[in-house]
Every structure is written in structure tokens, then in C-alpha cells.
Ligand binder design. Structure first.
Ligand code: ZN
Length: 382
């Protein structure tokens, strides 16, 4: 299942993409020692992967209890039908009658084990919260202030099995085809799996592959679609419990590709949430363009009004915990759409800054004007 020789036979020596500079904390070998050194964070084990590896969450900011009486959002919403009001989707029995004073944002990395630019950016955010500077020593005063006033729950590697299998954490300049092969895997007879056709097979049978792609956990499951499985994977159980406990206002879900950035909203989300995600996408893209990064494209085909009605982990997080899922495809910097590691880290941190600004200014919950937002609006000069 982990036979790298089928990869090196095709691509030759891949060792140049295995080593990372100290600020590029992508995998547990560099990440776990950093977590040990964090002074203001609380690290918890929230579950165990199919392969028996610990899944960790790192928390910043005090947890504000809410007085919810049920864990089932949909039962709570259905408890009142009339008068009809599509904006009345924050039942007190689920969200609590007392709103929290600070935004709560969950940040999730590595559901696909080869997509770790966001994990790197968020480890740098941890350093910014603690010192004001990222791991290169670059100051981020606005981001530091926003993050210090937010409760953050960061899962660096949701798919620990795939992450541990991922051999080339320094993706800058690596051929896209190498990335594809390692991400999607190779069958025992040497046939490579191709994206997205490999989604026809769920799960990928571990005994039929020479190299299990890092997309998948050790049971061959793409966790992106596990929510609808009859018997869910332990990683899915872990995020469900973690997010339900937090009931975050929003969940930043990191993926990686050429850098198409904030994704189109999923089909199975309330309209207000879809609109909010598009607004955040616009804000992040405008900022990146102003900073000179020509990335961020909208895929019309995936829009709810054009696309097929399928469910991904993104909408599933809303269905479970009631937070707005903001899925972001950061660049991985392949040779064909090159970015340096420095550029990719800046893109990730700028994106986080825009999302956190939105969380503070407008709030990640559409329709709902929190007290704190109302107060800010009231104190603003006309
Ligand atoms: Zn992905």
C-alpha cells in the first residue's frame, strides 16, 4: 500500500521535494515539535484515524459555553414552522439563547493528505497569535489582533493516514503529474488512478493498490464523501464531535489545487450561507489581486444552480454543527502553476486575515446580526 518504488520508477529521484525550510510546517514530523512549544494553545486528541493515528485539535481563545438543549440542528429548526420565515434558522435550542461575545472559527487542514498549504499557513497563524510574527519573522499586526479576539479550533491533519503517507511536503516546483500520482495512487498492476474517475470506486480497496493515494485514509476512504456512508470512518466521527462541541460560526476547510481559492458554495446549504461564502470569496480575491496575486477563479459548473446535487464534507459540516463552511483551494505551487513557498504562505495568511475580518465585521452567520456587530454598526459615524 505504501510502495514508493512504483512512483520513483516513473518519476526518478523525488528527494528534492521532501525537505522543507523551518517555516514550512506541513507534516507531523515538523508540526508535533512546534505544537509542544506553543505556550498559549491547548492541544487535544479528538479521535484516531483508521490507521490508528491520533487526530489533534489546537485551540486558542477561551471557550464560551452556550446553553443549547439539543445536538440536532434540524429537529430544532423544524420545531417551528409558522409563520414562515426562511431567515429564522438559528433556534435557541441548538445555538443557545445567549450569543457568544467572540467569533468562533474552526480551521481544518489535510482532509486530503497531500493538500497541506493551509496547514502550513495556520501553524504560522499560531506563531502570529503568540508573537505577532509568522515563522519567518514577518509581522502581521492586523491578523494578530483579529485572531487574538477569535476562538480558534485548528485541526492540522484530519486525514492523518494520508498525511503520513505523503512523501513530498515541499510541493513548490514539483511536477503536477507527480502530485497527481501520489495523491490518487497506483493500482497493483501499475495502472495509475485518475481524478476524478477514481471517485467511482469508494472505498479504494487497500489490497488492490501498489501505492494508496494520499487522498485516502488507510481504509481507502475519501473522507470528503464519507458523511453519507452507512458505517462512517473514525475521522468523520472525530470532526463531527469536535465541531458539534464548538458549534463554530464558520469552518475554514483547506484544500489545494492551482489556487482557485474560496470554493463555490455547496448545493445543500441555505441560500444565505451560499451568498455569504460568495461574499467572502470576493473579499479574499480582491485583496489577493491588490497584493499582486493573480489567483482565484470561480467554477461556474459547480454553482448550486448549475451543478449536480451532491453532498461533500463542506455542506456536511453545516448540517452537523450549523456553521458556515468556507472551503478554500490554496495553491500547491506545482511546476506548471508555480509559486514559491514564501508566496504560498503569504496567500494563505492573507486569506485567513480576510476571513477573520469578515467574521468580526459582518459575522459568518448570515441573516443574524449579533449584538457585537450591532454595537459596531451603531458606533460607526453615518
Ligand atoms: Zn482536496
Amino acid at each position: 500500500m505504501n510502495n514508493l518504488s512504483v512512483i520513483t520508477k516513473e518519476f526518478g529521484d523525488i528527494s528534492q521535494w521532501m525537505k522543507c525550510p523551518p517555516f514550512w510546517i506541513a507534516k507531523p514530523d515538523m508540526g508535533l515539535p512546534l505544537i509542544e512549544k506553543l505556550k498559549q494553545a491547548t492541544a487535544r486528541t479528538i479521535g484516531r484515524s483508521a490507521g490508528g493515528r491520533d487526530i489533534i485539535a489546537i485551540e486558542y481563545g477561551e471557550r464560551e459555553e452556550i446553553n443549547a438543549t439539543t445536538d440536532n440542528l434540524h429537529s430544532a429548526i423544524a420545531a417551528k414552522i409558522a409563520p414562515p420565515d426562511p431567515t429564522e434558522i438559528y433556534p435557541e435550542t441548538f445555538y443557545g439563547s445567549k450569543r457568544r461575545t467572540k467569533p468562533v472559527v474552526a480551521i481544518q487542514g489535510g482532509i486530503h493528505g497531500s493538500e497541506l498549504t493551509g496547514t502550513v499557513a495556520t501553524f504560522n497563524l499560531c506563531q502570529i497569535i503568540e508573537t505577532g510574527n509568522d515563522l519567518r519573522g514577518k509581522p502581521w499586526p492586523r491578523l494578530a489582533e483579529l485572531a487574538r479576539n477569535t476562538r480558534i479550533v485548528f485541526i492540522p491533519w484530519l486525514n492523518m493516514d494520508g498525511v503520513e503517507r505523503w512523501p513530498v511536503p515541499n510541493t513548490s516546483g514539483a511536477p503536477a503529474e507527480l502530485h497527481n500520482r501520489l495523491t490518487h495512487g497506483v493500482l497493483a498492476d501499475g495502472t495509475p488512478f485518475k481524478y476524478p474517475e477514481n471517485k467511482r470506486c469508494f472505498p479504494i480497496p487497500p489490497d488492490k493498490v501498489a501505492y494508496m493515494g494520499c487522498y485516502f485514509n488507510d481504509a481507502g476512504v475519501n473522507l470528503q464523501y464519507d458523511f453519507t456512508s452507512l458505517h462512517r470512518q473514525p475521522e468523520t466521527q472525530a470532526w463531527m464531535e469536535c465541531y458539534l462541541r464548538e458549534r463554530p460560526d464558520g469552518i475554514v476547510i483547506w484544500h489545494c489545487n492551482a489556487g482557485s481559492m474560496i470554493d463555490t458554495p455547496d448545493y445543500y446549504l441555505p441560500v444565505g450561507h451560499q451568498h455569504t461564502i460568495s461574499r467572502i470569496g470576493g473579499a479574499a480575491r480582491s485583496r489577493l489581486l491588490r497584493e499582486g496575486y493573480e489567483i482565484g477563479r470561480m467554477s461556474w459548473g459547480a454553482l448550486p444552480s448549475f451543478g449536480k446535487p451532491f453532498l461533500t464534507q463542506m455542506a456536511a459540516t453545516y448540517l452537523v454543527c450549523g456553521g458556515t463552511p468556507v472551503m478554500c483551494e490554496l495553491p500547491m505551487g506545482a511546476k506548471e502553476w508555480f509559486f514559491t513557498l514564501d508566496q504560498m504562505l503569504d496567500i494563505g495568511l492573507i486569506t485567513l486575515e480576510e476571513i477573520l475580518f469578515f467574521a468580526h465585521r459582518d459575522g459568518l452567520r448570515p441573516y443574524e446580526l449579533w449584538d457585537k456587530v450591532k454595537k459596531k454598526l451603531a458606533s460607526r459615524p453615518e
